[in-house]
Design a protein around this ligand. Structure first.
Ligand SMILES: NC(=O)c1ccc[n+]([C@@H]2O[C@H](COP(=O)([O-])OP(=O)(O)OC[C@H]3O[C@@H](n4cnc5c(N)ncnc54)[C@H](OP(=O)(O)O)[C@@H]3O)[C@@H](O)[C@H]2O)c1
Length: 250
């Protein structure tokens, strides 16, 4: 796909990979709408970036997503790319007294249900535009769970499965929407601050790989260790599980 001249909405754009993507895509001549909950941080970051707009929204709140859709219709009706990147996790061990169901409810709502909600609501808008695309950030844990983030891993596996269903259906209905899955490796962002590892990729490296893949229409994007993990999982799922859990010190 053409990676200039688009209008791109990025969720989770206040920090980490979403923020780097906003910077790089704005610099490449795209209009970028940055979405996250922390309004003040978002405003600060967007002000420093020509070509960006900020909209504070909790994507887990259906009412706020209504507001986002209305705002996009009014302020950026030319939107043609949706980058679903926001995510949350809880790092803990199963059966250690943690309320795992409480963690799972929030993670499922933010990481999975909101993606279903946003894709259903935004797809008609995207499909009415030239060069439409949907980008979804999952994780290497879709192949083998990180047992220090057990319920989070399950939400990303659900999201990965949903991406496959969307691909199948979009093809069936001959949709013009290109669907990309960014299977992220472990990355040095606030999200992974609790993981002590020197195997973290730089967010800039992952986003550079994403842009290359978008340009080449490579729909399954596995930067760095995600590709190694994918190959290990295909050859020997137990080896893949060991790879993930050695890195996170499980
Ligand atoms: N870092 C890694 O090692 C790693 C590995 C695999 C996959 N991933 C995935 O990569 C994606 C980006 O994460 P990151 O590493 O860049 O971490 P990050 O810096 O923590 O970014 C996550 C972003 O999501 C936003 N967010 C969280 N809940 C939200 C909600 N309910 N509504 C709207 N925005 C929300 C956060 O902003 P607010 O707090 O302001 O809302 C934040 O900007 C996530 O989906 C994560 O699961 C990360």
């Amino acid at each position: 796909m053409n990676i200039s001249g688009n209008t791109i909405l990025i969720t989770g754009a206040g920090t980490g990979m979403g923020l780097i993507a906003a910077k790089v895509l704005a610099a490449r001549g795209n209009r970028v709408i940055m979405v996250a909950r922390d309004a003040e941080r978002l405003r600060r970051e967007a002000e420093a970036l020509p070509g960006t707009l900020a909209y504070a929204c909790d994507i887990a709140d259906a009412g706020q997503v209504d507001g986002l859709l209305d705002w996009v219709r009014g302020n950026a009706p030319e939107l043609n790319v949706l980058f679903l990147n926001a995510g949350v996790t809880h790092t803990y061990r199963l059966f250690d007294g943690t309320d795992a169901a409480r963690n799972a409810r929030l993670e499922m709502l933010v990481n999975f249900v909101s993606a279903v909600d946003l894709t259903h609501r935004f797809l008609p808008l995207l499909e009415s535009r030239p060069n439409p695309a949907l980008i979804v950030t999952t994780s290497g844990v879709v192949y083998a769970p990180d047992t220090t983030n057990p319920t989070y891993s399950a939400t990303k596996a659900a999201l990965h499965s949903y991406v496959q269903s969307m691909r199948y259906r979009l093809k069936q209905v001959d949709s013009p929407v290109r669907l990309f899955e960014l299977v992220s490796p472990l990355v040095d962002t606030p999200f992974a601050s609790g993981v002590k590892s020197d195997a973290k990729a730089k967010p800039e490296t992952v986003i550079a790989e994403l842009l290359r893949a978008l340009e080449e229409d490579t729909f399954d994007i596995r930067p760095g260790s995600s590709q190694a993990l994918y190959e290990a999982w295909r050859a020997d799922p137990e080896k893949a599980a060991a790879m993930v859990n050695e890195v996170t010190g499980a």
